[in-house]
Write a protein that binds this ligand. Sequence first.
Ligand SMILES: *Cc1c(COP(=O)(O)O)cnc(C)c1O
Length: 394
Amino acid sequence: MIAIEKAERLKTLPPYLFKELDRRKEEVRNQGVDVIDLGVGDPDLPTPTHIIEALCRAAEDPANHRYSSYSGMHAFNAAAADWYKKRFNVDLDPRREVVTLIGSKEGIAHIPLAFIDPGDTALVPDPAYPVYNTGVRFAGGTSHFMALTRENDFLPDLDAVPGKVADAAKLMFLNYPNNPTSAVVSRAFFEKAVAFARAHNIIVCHDAAYTEMAFDGYRPISFLEVEGAKEVGIEFHSLSKTYAMTGWRIGFAVGRAEVVEALGQVKSNIDSGAFQAVQWAGITALEADQACVEEMNREYQARRDILVEGLQKLGLSVFTPRATFYVWIQVPKGMASAEFAGRLLTEAGVVATPGNGFGAAGEGYVRMALTVNQNRIQEAVKRFETVDFLRAAG
Ligand SMILES: *Cc1c(COP(=O)(O)O)cnc(C)c1O
């Protein structure tokens, strides 16, 4: 036997806060409770049929069985650029300003390797998708966390970033519509972010995973729509949530050519591109009629309405999300996120994610994902109504 010792970068990762909750979820399930899991941000709806058919056709073509191009098939990058033009009226050169990703998480995790050296700093929102911080740390950098607070509409207060930190920072991560808070962004904030990035020479990495998942007719904007954004940044887009394709692993990044190129350089040393048949299916997803997206959004919106109304009736402090399939709920005063989620599980058999799992500033909140059908959400609400601590909270 040899001694197995993990690298510092793994040993010093922040603790996985959901471990205890996962353990209790298993325990409650084993007791025979019919657990309703609102914990996972993974669409339960199937991928639309026309996309699956495109995959099947492409999978039968031997030309697609070989290594693909590192930066993505030209046809996929061109489809992504066309989609950006149609959706956001943003012009992109598919040869220089688009790179195909094996899911956007892959690009988000790798971009720090292109720009962060040991000791460097990145600006990272808190609470946030954990990959921003882990990517920075794996590259040897340090995250300066920008708290997203209710008082500031869950936008980072850029004026609160100390000047020295801003000058030292190489990257800034942003994500709107936001996971986990479901907050949306105004053009004015993105304009401010561009000015801030220019003033401090920072590359903006905007995670746009949820721009297509929106309700009540609201159409989220792209960071790249804002004047000057393409000079300072890159935007990550994912087909995962938009087309219910999380398992397929396909996404793309667009923006400043040198940034796209550097990310591609990292990738060419690590992976060998996404399966071409999946890229062809992705082309179909981007080019076909987008009615399937509207249909899925109508379903999420109906679920949202059941859950938000149920929670508000109990007197809980929750606002109605205009985008994303998350509901961000303030836990009653005097209770911690983990305690609230723990009691929700043991007393109602419902899984919610404690907000502090997304960062310290998420303490005081829990996140519920709209990833079970309307009947199950109705059932969850019915159970909440029978739980004493929730009724007392209102
Ligand atoms: C789901 C999610 C992603 C990752 O999407 P993939 O393309 O499947 O890797 C990225 N960012 C946020 C905020 C997400 O919630």
